[in-house]
Design a protein around this ligand. Structure first.
Ligand SMILES: Nc1nc2c(c(=O)[nH]1)N[C@H]1C(S)=C(S)[C@@H](COP(=O)(O)OP(=O)(O)OC[C@H]3O[C@@H](n4cnc5c(=O)[nH]c(N)nc54)[C@H](O)[C@@H]3O)O[C@H]1N2
Ligand SMILES: Nc1nc2c(c(=O)[nH]1)N[C@H]1C(S)=C(S)[C@@H](COP(=O)(O)OP(=O)(O)OC[C@H]3O[C@@H](n4cnc5c(=O)[nH]c(N)nc54)[C@H](O)[C@@H]3O)O[C@H]1N2
Ligand SMILES: [Mo]
Length: 797
C-alpha cells in the first residue's frame, strides 16, 4: 500500500514543507493571504498607527455588507464628494479585547469597485432573447410600472406560490437590501413561495441539530487561546474569511503553544501560515478517517467514557433508544460487529489515502490532549453526503469529551453569536409553502410535482411552478447554482419563468438573464448597519459616504414606489426612510435587547460597537454543567450520537442514524472514475466574495483565476505550469490556465469558485466558472448543494 499511496510521499517529504515556508516568507505572506501574516501579532506597536486625513479630506467610517463571514471597518477618505482613498481599522477594539477589524485584500480594492466604469448606471429592459445580454435603457418610471404590473398579472394568473425571491447573498448582512424589499412587497400583495436553508452550510444546518439539537455548536474564538491542539478540518480561514478577528486569535493560540493540524486536499494558505502538520485527504472521504479515528480511540480505550455515559445516547449497546437493537450502536459499527468490517486505520487508508499510522497518531493526540478544538469548515459538507461530515466531527468531539469545556469545541456547523440587534424592516408572508433553496430550478421545472420527499414543507402540493423571480444582489440565477448548462436552458424558455427582475451593480452572468435590470447602490452610497455572520460580538455603522452615482438607487426606495403603484406603500415603508430604519434599530436594540447599546449619535461617531461579555462563550457549557436543569434540545435531551428520528426515516443507506462513511457518487469509489479520473473541488477565493469582484483587475493581479493540479496528474496529461487546459464531464466543459503544484493532492483538481461564466460563441466557458461542471442532485437529508462532488477529466488545450 505504502508505495501506491502518493499522499504518503507528500507527508514524508519534509524538505518540501520547509521549502514552502521559505517561499511564503520570501514573498511576504501578508500580501498573498490578504492581510494575514506572522508579523502582525509579533509587532503590534507598529499597528497602532492611526491613518490621518490629508488636508480637506474627511474620513467617514462605513462597512461592507457582502456575504463574506467577516465584517470589517472601511474608512472612506472623502474629498469634494468623491472617495479618494480607502483605509481600514488599525485599533484593537474597546478594551483591546478584540483585534482590529481590518479589511482583507478585497476591502483594499473597494474604491475601484465603486468607480468601476462597468457599473450599471440606469435601469434597463431586455430587448434580445433572454440571456443574450441585449438591453435598452429605460426610465425609472417604466421599470417601476413594469415590475408592478407583472407582480400583479402573474399573481392573479397563477397565485402567490408562483412568485419567488431567489437566494442571493450580496446584501445579506445589513438591515435592508433588495431581497427583503422584494419579500415585503410580495408579502403585502398576497405572498410568495418561501425557501429554507442556504448554500453555505446547508447539509450541516439540517444534520448538526440531529446530534446537538442546534447549530450553535461552536464557541467564541477567544476560547482558542486555551486550546492545546486545534484541528482545522477542511477549514481555511487565512483566505476564506469566517470572522474578521478569527485569524488573529489563531495566531495568538499558536504563540501560546497550541499545535495546529490542517486536514485539507490542498496545502492552503492556512496550512502555510499556521499548521504544524498538513494532512492531505481525498475529497468526500473525510468520514472514513473520522470512523478510523473513532476506532482507534475506542480500541485503545481513550474515549471519555464518563462523558459518553452521562451526556450521550447511542455510543454503546447499553445506551440505545428504546426499540433499537444493541448492534446499531456507534461502537458496534466502528468495531464491525454487524457488517464484519472493523473501521481500522488500514481500512480507512485505502479509502481516504491518509496513512494508517498518521490516522492512529492524530486519533491518540486528539483524545489525549486537553483541551483540543476540532473546527470544521463547510466545503466538506457541500459534498454528496455532506450531512455525515458534520455529524462525524461532532461525534469525535463527544468521544473525546471536548464539548462544553474551555479550549474544546463541539465541531459540527459551529455557529455562535453575540451580536444581537433589532431588524425593524419586518414582514409576514401569508404563504407557508417552502422549498429547500437549492431546489429552486426543480420548482421552476416541475414544482407542482414536488412532495415532502423533495423537502416541500407547509403544503402537500404546490398549485403552480415558479413563474416570477426576483434576484436581488445575487448571482445564483446562473453563476452560483449547480449545472449552469442546465439552468441556462431552463431560464431561456420564457414560457417557464415569465418575468425576472435582477438588481446588481455589474452586468453579471445572472444579470444577463433579467427582463428588467436595476442598477443598485454600493454600501458607500447608503446607510446601514453591518452585522457579522454567526461568529461575532460587534456591529459596524454603515455610513452613507457619498450620494448614489449615476441613476443608481436603493432597492428599498425602488420597491416603495412599486408598492405605491400596488396601493400598499404606507404598509411597506411605515413612513420610514432607510436612515429611519437604522435609527429605529438602534433605539429598539437599546430598549428591547441591550440598555448599554450606544445611542444613534454615539454609534455613528464610534463606527463600531463591541458587545461586552465577562467571559468567553463556551458552546454547551450550560448543558455540561447541569444537564438536568438544561437538557440538550434533542428529543432525548442528550447528545444523540444515534438519532432515533433519523432511524425512523428508514433510509439507512443514505440517511444513517449514526454518522458514518458512505461511498459517494462521483467519489473515488464510483466506477465513473474510469471515464473521469479526477475529483474536482472548489474553494472560496481570497480575491472574491463568491462571484463578487470577479471583474476587478487589481484583484486578478493579486490572485489569478487558475486551476491547481498535482505534478503527477499534470505530467500524465502533458500539461505544464501555465498551460491552458479544458476541464470537462458529462455536464459541461470549461477552459482555464493550470497551476501545476504539489500543494494539491494527486487525483484532485481545484478551481476557485465564483468566476463569471463567460461562454465563447460555441458556448465553451473561457473563465473557469466551476458550476458548468457541478451537479443539481441534492444531498439526501438536507436536499442541499453537493458542489464539491464532481468527477472530471482534464486535457491540454
Ligand atoms: N461551485 C460552487 N458554487 C457555490 C459555492 C461553492 O463553494 N462552490 N458556494 C456557495 C455559497 S456558500 C454561497 S453563499 C453562494 C453565493 O452566491 P450569491 O449569493 O449569488 O453571491 P455572489 O456571487 O457574491 O453574488 C452577489 C451579487 O450581488 C452583487 N452585489 C454586491 N453588492 C451589492 C449591492 O450593494 N447592491 C446590489 N444590488 N448588488 C450587489 C454582486 O455584484 C454579485 O453579483 O454561492 C454558492 N455557490
Ligand atoms: N475570501 C472569501 N471568504 C469567504 C467567502 C468568499 O467567497 N471569499 N465566502 C464566505 C461564505 S458565504 C462561506 S459559506 C464561507 C465558506 O466556508 P468554507 O466552505 O469552509 O470554505 P471553502 O473555501 O469552500 O472550503 C474550505 C476548505 O475546504 C477544503 N475542502 C474542499 N473539499 C474538501 C473535502 O472533501 N474534505 C476536506 N477535508 N476539505 C475539503 C478546501 O480545499 C478549502 O481549503 O466562506 C466565507 N468567506
Ligand atoms: Mo456561503
Amino acid at each position: 500500500m505504502s508505495e501506491k499511496n502518493p499522499l504518503k510521499n507528500l507527508l514524508a517529504n519534509k524538505m518540501q514543507r520547509r521549502t514552502f515556508l521559505k517561499w511564503s516568507g520570501a514573498i511576504g505572506l501578508p500580501v498573498i493571504a490578504g492581510g494575514i501574516g506572522t508579523k502582525m501579532l509579533i509587532d503590534r506597536k507598529e499597528e497602532a498607527k492611526v491613518v490621518v486625513a490629508k488636508d480637506s479630506e474627511k474620513i467617514i467610517s462605513t462597512c461592507s455588507i457582502n456575504n463574506c463571514g467577516g465584517r470589517c471597518v472601511i474608512k472612506a477618505h472623502v474629498k469634494d464628494g468623491v472617495v479618494v482613498r480607502v483605509s481600514t481599522d488599525t485599533q484593537a477594539g474597546g478594551d483591546f479585547a478584540t483585534p482590529p477589524l481590518r479589511a482583507c485584500v478585497r476591502g483594499r480594492n473597494y474604491r475601484n469597485m465603486l468607480y468601476h466604469p462597468d457599473r450599471l448606471k440606469y435601469p434597463m429592459k431586455r430587448v434580445g432573447k433572454r440571456g443574450e445580454g441585449k438591453f435598452k435603457r429605460i426610465s425609472w418610471e417604466e421599470a417601476i410600472e413594469t415590475i408592478a404590473s407583472e407582480v400583479k398579472r402573474i399573481g392573479d394568473k397563477y397565485g402567490p406560490e408562483s412568485r419567488y425571491v431567489n437566494y442571493a447573498s450580496g446584501q445579506s448582512w445589513g438591515l435592508h437590501g433588495g431581497k427583503n424589499a422584494a419579500r415585503k412587497l410580495l408579502s403585502l400583495t398576497g405572498g410568495y413561495l418561501n425557501y429554507r436553508n442556504d448554500y453555505s452550510s446547508g447539509a450541516g444546518n439540517v444534520a448538526t441539530p440531529y446530534t446537538y439539537g442546534t447549530n450553535n455548536s461552536g464557541s467564541s474564538f477567544d476560547t482558542l487561546l486555551h486550546s492545546k491542539l486545534i484541528i482545522l478540518w477542511g477549514q481555511n480561514p487565512s483566505e476564506m474569511i469566517f470572522s474578521t478577528p478569527y485569524r488573529e486569535y489563531l495566531m495568538q493560540a499558536k504563540k501560546n503553544g497550541a499545535k495546529i493540524i490542517v486536514i485539507d486536499p490542498r496545502y492552503t494558505d492556512t496550512a502555510i501560515a499556521f499548521a504544524d502538520e498538513w494532512i492531505p485527504i481525498l475529497p468526500t472521504t473525510d468520514n472514513a478517517m473520522m470512523d478510523a479515528m473513532g476506532y482507534v480511540i475506542i480500541t485503545e480505550k481513550l474515549q471519555d467514557q464518563a462523558f459518553l455515559d452521562k451526556y450521550c445516547i447511542g455510543f454503546d449497546g447499553e445506551h440505545m433508544p428504546d426499540g433499537v437493537a444493541k448492534q446499531e450502536s456507534l461502537k458496534s459499527y466502528l468495531l464491525g460487529e454487524k457488517d464484519g468490517t472493523p473501521k481500522t486505520p488500514e481500512w480507512a487508508e485505502k479509502i481516504c489515502r491518509v496513512p494508517a499510522e498518521k490516522i492512529r497518531e492524530i486519533a491518540r493526540e486528539y483524545a489525549k490532549t486537553k483541551q483540543a478544538a476540532l473546527i470544521q469548515g463547510w466545503a466538506a459538507q457541500r459534498q454528496a453526503y455532506g450531512e455525515q461530515f458534520m455529524r462525524g466531527g461532532a461525534q469525535l468531539a463527544c468521544l473525546t469529551g471536548n464539548v462544553g469545556k474551555l479550549g474544546g469545541w463541539g465541531a459540527g456547523t459551529g455557529y455562535w453569536n453575540r451580536s444581537n440587534i433589532v431588524f425593524p424592516f419586518s414582514y409576514e408572508n401569508p404563504v407557508k409553502a417552502s422549498i429547500p433553496c437549492f431546489l429552486w430550478t426543480q420548482a421552476v421545472e416541475k414544482g407542482t410535482e414536488m412532495t415532502a420527499a423533495d423537502g416541500l414543507e407547509g403544503t402537500d402540493k404546490l398549485k403552480t411552478n415558479i413563474k416570477l423571480i426576483f434576484n436581488m444582489a445575487g448571482n445564483m440565477l446562473i453563476n452560483q447554482h449547480s449545472d449552469i448548462n442546465k439552468t441556462t436552458k431552463l431560464l431561456e424558455d420564457e414560457s417557464k419563468v415569465e418575468f425576472i427582475v435582477v438588481s446588481d451593480i455589474f452586468m453579471t452572468p445572472s444579470a444577463k438573464y433579467a427582463d428588467i435590470l436595476l442598477p443598485g447602490t454600493t454600501f458607500f452610497e447608503r446607510y446601514d448597519i453591518g452585522v457579522p455572520w454567526c461568529f461575532g460580538d460587534y456591529v459596524v455603522f454603515g455610513e452613507k459616504t457619498i450620494d448614489p452615482l449615476y441613476e443608481c438607487r436603493n432597492e428599498y426606495d425602488v420597491f416603495a414606489e412599486v408598492a405605491d403603484k400596488l396601493g400598499v406603500k404606507e404598509k411597506y415603508t411605515e413612513g420610514r426612510t432607510i436612515l429611519d430604519l437604522v435609527k429605529e434599530s438602534v433605539e429598539r436594540t437599546r430598549k428591547e435587547i441591550d440598555p448599554n447599546f450606544p445611542t444613534f449619535e454615539e454609534f455613528r461617531k464610534q463606527g463600531v460597537h463591541h458587545f461586552k461579555y465577562d467571559s468567553p462563550l463556551i458552546g454547551f457549557k450550560d448543558q455540561i454543567d447541569d444537564i438536568e436543569k438544561k437538557p440538550f434540545e434533542t428529543p432525548s435531551g442528550k447528545i444523540e450520537l444515534f438519532s432515533k428520528a433519523l432511524w425512523d426515516m428508514d433510509q439507512h443507506d443514505e440517511i444513517p442514524a449514526i454518522a458514518k462513511y458512505i461511498p459517494s457518487w462521483e467519489g473515488p469509489e464510483d466506477p465513473l472514475k474510469e471515464k473521469y479520473p479526477l475529483q474536482l473541488i472548489g474553494w472560496h477565493y481570497k480575491r472574491r466574495c463568491h462571484s463578487t469582484y470577479d471583474n476587478q483587475s487589481w484583484l486578478e493581479e493579486a490572485a489569478k483565476q487558475e486551476m491547481w493540479l498535482n505534478p503527477k496528474d499534470a505530467e500524465k496529461r502533458g500539461i505544464k505550469n501555465g498551460d491552458r487546459a479544458q476541464v470537462f464531464n458529462d455536464r459541461g466543459s470549461l477552459m482555464i490556465d493550470v497551476k501545476v503544484t504539489p500543494r494539491i493532492t494527486p487525483g484532485v483538481a481545484g478551481i476557485p469558485q465564483g468566476a463569471w461564466y463567460t461562454p465563447d460563441k460555441d458556448g465553451l466557458d473561457q473563465r473557469g466558472s466551476l458550476n458548468v461542471l457541478t451537479s443539481q442532485r441534492p444531498t439526501p437529508l438536507a436536499k442541499s448543494n453537493p458542489q464539491q462532488t464532481n468527477l472530471v477529466e482534464v486535457k491540454k488545450a
